[in-house]
Design a protein around this ligand. Structure first.
Ligand code: F6P
Ligand code: MG
Length: 450
């Protein structure tokens, strides 16, 4: 392991990580301040606590802007807010770190924990999710894509026997590009750009921007559609709520309704995280919103075809949920700073996942954790970059639109070509094509040692 590359640092010159720490984190904290200030009609004590939290958020923002030192969580914070010990342990191992001169992955996970602690320490706001309104509002604004997919799913019912492989490919891509709607990127992408990624025609144009596509290997691994009442279990390590979660739910329904899987297990976060990540309550919120006659504009416009499709999908989801075919659960591991190189036999999360026939890791941050967020040469083989996870029998699939510096598995010359293209488009740093969210990878590992 002495030959491993170092982890990305927020001090890496001209990296997207550096830009994230210097520019994006202060904006993310400011967005928290703005959204939280919009909570009104509070009791006197809740109001006083709100003011206190807002002051602390301002301080946190300045701490980042002034490149302060990351401090350990206090004993009081650890107890009151149940901060896992691993935060301070890892912080100690890393030694002195500042916001803009620290390990990118650790600093980012630490940032969300600092925000969480501020709320947890104030009785009136203990269970508050400061990101909930942005998650819900963005889902509301995805109505067009949501209805389009619901109508399509409704039209498929009853004819899922034919063209199963083509449908499988389509659902993989829907779930993949659903990840393009990560709200933390709203700091530099317009909402129109995000919505445009959701339409069907855009999706097929996007195919050429999938740089690695292992879908046929996954299709084979899941039995190539030969068994129609399968007991197979497929797990999703979820990423963002809103349109991405909705896309993952449709993919799950497809696996169940086609008989390719008997159970789909969705792994959610145990606290508000990375702006838009899914918590168990977000799952309930979103499925409720699908059903709610006052959430989308189609109901006020009396668009009965849209309503019938939304009802169709939401009833399928709730029936799968109540039959236990769709399971949603959380584990603290997913919001801790450890990466997925820790997932080896004996680790409680590994012991759970090992019974699965396929574990799908959604999104960018999960990809960073799969690859250790190490400075791999971009042509490093994927199975090398995911370390132990490629060796203990776990079948895993990463569906990731590229939104950060790390990317592996590219054929020789591809990175150089894309860097040149990206620069020719007028972008300052060619290598940032990989953090633009415009390219994607579908990477499979069968978990078998070579
Ligand atoms: O800020 C770091 C980062 O990994 C970004 O690159 C990305 O925008 C975000 O966090 C999370 O993306 P995702 O929701 O796809 O994991
Ligand atoms: Mg996310």
């Amino acid at each position: 392991s002495s030959s491993l590359p170092p982890k990305f640092q927020t001090s890496d010159a001209n990296s997207f990580g550096q830009y994230t720490a210097e520019k994006r984190w202060p904006i993310i904290v400011q967005n928290c301040i703005d959204d939280f200030s919009a909570e009104t009609g509070l009791s006197p004590s809740a109001l006083a606590q709100q003011q206190h939290i807002l002051d602390e958020l301002e301080k946190l923002k300045r701490e980042i802007q002034e490149d302060g030192e990351l401090r350990p969580f206090t004993k009081e914070e650890m107890e009151l807010s149940k901060v896992p010990k691993v935060f301070n342990e890892r912080g100690e191992e890393l030694g002195k770190q500042t916001w803009v001169n620290g390990e990118w992955l650790y600093c980012e996970v630490y940032l969300y924990r600092r925000i969480l602690v501020l709320f947890r320490q104030n009785e009136a706001w203990r269970d508050y999710d400061v990101f909930e309104s942005v998650k819900r509002e963005t889902f509301r604004q995805s109505e067009h894509g949501v209805v389009e997919l619901a109508k399509w799913y409704q039209s498929l019912s009853g004819q899922m026997g034919s063209e199963l492989e083509a449908l499988f490919q389509e659902f993989v891509e829907i779930s993949l590009w659903g990840n393009a709607t990560d709200l933390s990127l709203l700091t530099n992408v317009t909402l129109e750009e995000i919505q445009s990624i959701q339409g069907a025609s855009v999706r097929s144009d996007s195919q050429e921007r999938i740089l690695i596509n292992d879908t046929s290997l996954v299709w084979q691994a899941l039995g190539a559609g030969k068994v129609r009442d399968s007991k197979q279990r497929v797990d999703f390590v979820l990423d963002n709520s809103g349109f991405e979660l909705y896309a993952d739910l449709l993919f799950s329904l497809f696996l169940l309704d086609s008989g390719m899987a008997g159970t789909c297990v969705l792994h959610a976060k145990d606290s508000p995280y990375m702006v838009s990540d899914t918590m168990v309550k977000d799952y309930h919120q979103l499925t409720g919103d699908l059903h709610d006659r006052s959430f989308f504009s189609c109901d006020s416009g009396k668009d009965t075809a849209a309503r019938s499709a939304l009802d169709f999908v939401s009833e399928r989801i709730s029936s799968a949920f109540s039959k236990g075919q769709l399971v949603v659960k959380e584990h603290p591991f997913w919001t801790e700073p450890g990466d997925f190189w820790e997932l080896v036999p004996g680790h409680p999360v590994f012991e759970d996942l090992k019974d699965s026939d396929l574990v799908i890791f959604k999104g960018d941050f999960n990809y960073r954790k799969l690859t250790g967020d190490l400075r791999w040469p971009r042509s490093t083989p994927y199975r090398k970059a995911i370390g132990p996870l490629a060796q203990h029998g776990l079948r895993s699939l990463s569906l990731r639109t590229a939104k950060s510096d790390v990317i592996v598995g590219l054929a020789e010359g591809v990175d150089e070509k894309l860097c040149a293209e990206w620069e020719a488009k007028g972008n300052e740093h060619g290598s940032w094509w990989a953090s633009s969210g415009k390219w994607a990878v579908i990477c499979y590992s069968d978990g078998k040692p070579l």
